[in-house]
Write a protein that binds this ligand. Structure first.
Ligand code: FAD
Length: 294
């Protein structure tokens, strides 16, 4: 099922992101974790694409398994910046053969070794190049793109970032998913600005439950997200006690989601970090709000 149908049909959608194994050895444990999350019957599950595409076959395997064995619609991520045209064409052909309907089209982070290079010869410079190729592929993919309420770190300004976001949507993005954020006001402000810029596709809010103190530093480093004082206090107080921090992190994420639903944001995607217990706890906390068809 296409995600756009889910966004239209459901009053609220709660979905989960999982990541594929980084090595062959961890395949079984990662697969089991994704299956435990699939058993929760979320609205859909996304499967990320390893940076550089090293373990790309697992993205497809897991996305297919979730859909075929558990009936959960899946969204397969695909990045392009460090790929050749041939590799991307092969991935798209794999997706078509596997019956993948939903693709998250991403540029990917620029690998260190490519950072000083002249970009004019690159096969892909931006996600918009991949979106155009997916549209031309002949498959009727439902295409997602990434967006950044706190501005992508490479952008010179928010206005510039939103301009390029509009280009992605005009090229064929059917929906957008946000980078994680910990202060909902940042999202509300962003939504106002992109709607003003004429971007009308559904926006799925990305929420990262922080369930251990180490994750905080990693989340800031990777996303550059602003941490509100309310959140910092919670980490200061409970960061040294793993059980307490987990409970507090789940409560904070739940609170953020309830506020989003209460303020008209209807689709929320939880970065589950492959933790079925965290995904289940958040879903349980919202059970009467989201009802059966989350
Ligand atoms: P783009 O849309 O290309 O944007 C990147 C930068 O270029 C922005 O500053 C933008 O304003 C600018 N830009 C865009 N188009 C143009 C243009 N035409 N001309 C000039 N400037 C332009 N990474 C992975 O490796 N695997 C994943 O599975 C993955 N999943 C993600 C899921 C979500 C929801 C998000 C938010 C991020 C994800 N990422 C993933 C990280 C993502 O790959 C990085 O954030 C990457 O740096 C940017 O990707 P993008 O698709 O947003 O790029």
């Amino acid at each position: 099922m296409k995600l756009t149908e889910i966004f239209q049909r459901n009053k609220y959608s709660l979905s989960f992101e999982v990541f594929p194994p980084k090595t062959d050895d961890s395949y079984d444990s990662v697969k089991t974790a994704t299956e435990e999350i699939a058993k929760l019957s979320p609205a859909f599950m996304s499967v990320t694409y390893g940076a550089g595409g090293g373990t790309s076959k697992y993205t497809l395997d897991i996305a297919k398994n979730i859909r075929e064995e558990f009936g959960v619609p899946s969204l397969a991520h695909l990045t392009c910046v460090s790929s050749t045209k041939e590799t991307v064409a092969a991935r798209i052909a794999d997706f078509k053969r596997a019956g993948i309907e939903n693709v998250m089209a991403l540029r990917g982070d620029i690998p260190k070794e490519m950072q000083g290079e002249d970009r004019s010869g690159w096969a892909y410079r931006h996600a918009v190049d991949l979106i155009a190729e997916l549209k031309e592929s002949g498959a009727d993919f439902c295409i997602g793109g990434a967006c950044y309420p706190e501005v992508h770190p490479e952008s010179v300004s928010q206005a510039d970032d939103i301009l390029h976001l509009k280009e992605k949507v005009d090229a064929g993005c059917d929906f957008l998913t946000t980078q994680m954020f910990f202060d909902n006001n940042l999202l509300y402000n962003f939504l106002y600005k992109i709607r003003q810029a004429g971007i009308t596709v559904p926006v799925v809010a990305g929420i990262m439950p922080i369930t251990n103190a180490k994750q905080v530093e990693r989340a800031i480093r990777l996303s550059g997200s602003f941490m509100p004082q309310r959140f910092k206090s919670l980490v200061d107080k409970f960061g040294g006690d793993s059980a307490a921090m987990k409970q507090a992190g789940i409560a904070y994420a739940t609170d953020q989601i309830i506020d989003l639903f209460a303020n008209g944001v209807t689709n929320v995607h939880v970065y589950s970090m492959n933790k079925p217990d965290v995904a289940a706890a958040i879903q349980n906390n919202l059970s009467n709000i989201i009802g059966k068809n989350a």
